[in-house]
Design a protein around this ligand. Structure first.
Ligand code: ADP
Length: 427
């Protein structure tokens, strides 16, 4: 009795074992459920993927699983369990070769194909469609070895858009080329006009030079023979005749001055500009030397401030300062005081030549820079060419010249000289 009783487990142990068994079963059930959920999730995903997906068995290239999109390629056709050759007699062999290659190397494969599709709905007109597809090697469950995941998706819309874009691009390209050609033609035309202008400008310069140069000689003859006439017959001439001769000589002299002025103007040609680094202090020293006599005669003060080194033609700069200073002296009453200064702006030096003379009416600020334009012809001597020469010199240096003035108080002539002047561009 006692022995038998030994074999019987105590009720507490039995309950414990039973609990263990029950918890094991629950865990397994849970795992099974999770697996089912997981499988369902996978299936749903594959079924809703916007691509035709199939899984191919590596051992015999038979389809193991397909999604509805894959079935839709050939509705009604049996696919699962059949080989690629059986399903796609025309293309199956090529496709099988790609599959073997991926199975062997493990390298994924991508490509894009153009297919002629028969429209599904109605007529039998083939329609072009484009597909991208891929092959990936995957490991199949239950030790079934390698398999392949094949996905293909239609890219027709994208491809057609690309084609359309290409057409637009080609049209655009064509238009750009056409426009470029037009612009080239215009540019060539402009270049021709420019060359023509340069040529006629040179001709004009030459003409002005030759004309004024050749006029000097006959004019000199008129002056000297009129003077000779006067000297020889002055005793026989009455006062009126003497006056006429005096006017004739005066007129000829005036014309001589004008011709000389014109000659100097035509000599200031752009192509004769020789650029070098010049110190404007030294330029002003030369000017002072040249004007020494007149400065003393007129009791004139010439004050200079902050004069820089510049890149310019030395001779033309001397002439420029000299013309402006002489005008400042000429158009001042007593003890002229001329101030020459400079300041540095963003791209250029800005020079000022200031006097306290008669000043200029703002209405004539532009006119005075034109050739032979004078505001007070009877009162002051001159030819009306000095400022035209100044303008030409400044423009030869790619700068600008202008005047600021208050009548009765004085004038400031300002001009700019760029920091650098590429020689080639100027010629
Ligand atoms: P010119 O001095 O030989 O007359 P310019 O070309 O040098 O010729 O000057 C043209 C005109 O501009 C002058 O006749 C004069 O009327 C005016 N002008 C030039 N400089 C000054 C100045 N500093 N003050 C007043 N007027 C001036």
């Amino acid at each position: 009795m006692l022995k038998k009783a030994d074999n019987i487990k105590n009720p507490e142990a039995i309950t414990h074992e039973h609990d263990l068994l029950q918890s094991e079963t629950t865990k397994r059930k849970q795992a099974e459920n999770e697996l089912i959920d997981y499988r369902q999730l996978l299936e749903t995903t594959i079924n809703h993927i916007p691509a035709a997906v199939c899984i191919i068995r590596g051992s015999d290239l038979r389809l193991q699983l397909i999604n509805p999109a894959y079935q839709a390629i050939a509705p009604g056709k049996t696919m699962v369990g059949r080989t690629l050759n059986e399903i796609w007699p025309e293309t199956g062999q090529d496709f099988s070769n790609f599959c073997k290659q991926v199975l062997e190397t493990g390298e994924p494969y991508y490509r894009e194909d153009e297919l002629n599709l028969i429209k599904r709905e109605a007529d039998s007109v083939p329609e072009k469609a484009y597909f991208s597809w891929s092959l990936h090697r995957i490991s199949l469950p239950h030790e079934a070895g390698w398999g392949l995941l094949n996905a293909s998706w239609e890219t027709t819309k994208r491809k057609l858009l690309e084609d359309e874009l290409k057409i637009y691009n080609d049209i655009l390209e064509e238009r750009v080329q056409l426009r470029t050609k037009e612009l080239q033609k215009q540019q060539e035309h402009l270049q021709k006009i420019n060359q023509e202008l340069l040529r006629s400008n040179r001709e004009l310069e030459k003409f002005a030079y030759v004309a004024s140069h050749d006029l000097q000689e006959p004019l000199r003859m008129v002056t000297s023979f009129t003077q000779l006439l006067y000297e020889k017959y002055k005793d026989q001439l009455d006062e009126n005749a003497k006056e006429y001769i005096h006017f004739a000589v005066g007129g000829a002299k005036r014309m001589y001055e004008l011709i000389n002025a014109l000659l100097s103007y035509s000599r200031i040609s752009r192509k004769e500009v020789t650029f070098s680094k010049v110190d404007t202090k030294k330029i002003l020293d030369s000017v002072k030397g040249n004007l020494n006599l007149i400065l003393k005669e007129k009791n004139c003060t010439l004050e200079t401030a902050d004069l820089p080194e510049i890149y310019a033609d030395r001779h033309q700069m001397i002439q420029l300062f000299q013309n402006l200073i002489l005008n400042g002296i000429k158009f001042s009453k007593d003890h002229p005081h001329i101030l020459i200064s400079s300041k540095t702006e963003e791209t250029h030096h800005l020079f000022s030549v200031q006097d306290h003379g008669i000043g200029i009416d703002p209405r004539y600020f532009d006119r005075i820079f034109e050739i032979f334009q004078r505001l007070t012809p009877g009162e002051y001597e001159g030819t009306g060419i000095g400022l035209a020469i100044c303008k030409r010199i400044v423009e030869n240096h790619n700068g600008k010249i202008w005047v600021e003035s208050v009548p009765g108080q004085g004038s400031v002539f300002k001009f700019s000289i760029p920091f650098s002047n590429p020689i080639n561009e100027l010629k």
